[in-house]
Ligand binder design. Sequence first.
Ligand SMILES: [Zn+2]
Length: 227
Amino acid sequence: MPVLVTSRDGGVSAPPYAGLNLGDHVGDDPGSVAANRKLLVSRIGHPVQFMRQVHGARVCVVREAGPPPEADALVTDVPGLALAVLVADCVPVMFEAPGAVGVAHAGRQGMAAGVLAATLAALDEFGVDRAALRVTLGPAICGRCYEVPAAMRAEVDRLVPGSAATTRAGAPSLDLRAGLVGQLAAAGVGPVVVSDSCSAESADLYSYRRDGRTGRFAGVAWLEPCR
Ligand SMILES: [Zn+2]
């Protein structure tokens, strides 16, 4: 049940998307994005299913690679089909269990809308034992960087306790991964692996907050077929 998080390294896109931009909705040359996605597929060795993310909580069950559905989470029980979530500050969430995997796009809005709970409910239908589920929260903007208005911080923290934070400069902010860890604990999920890497502070990652016009990196999860 491997998971993988990409970076800017190794792709063909030109600035401001320089590197392995996997987002086809950000203004990058479509030929470059297609070439980068082909590089990802060859690195993984399986087809990769993307989605059209809309900061919601809709989950799609996929059984073969096809056109991207409008969704913010994907789950599958099919070995050899990789699922990808695209991010540039939002949290890429990867779920791994024996027999099923999933990915979710958890930014401020998706987290508050309950995208994790929706993904867990979809995985439940595959008979996944939540205590045995391994969840990885990948690189994302950190609580020391993600400044938001005070009213927004209060509203999000009301919906997702533990997400309120403070920037280095003392301004109100959100710590998305802290909020997600709380949601996962409340849902009875087993081990959670939390990246401490901040997209806004890492030159090798895309960050919308830092750069505006930029690319997207991916979190990917798949079931390895028996060999
Ligand atoms: Zn940061």
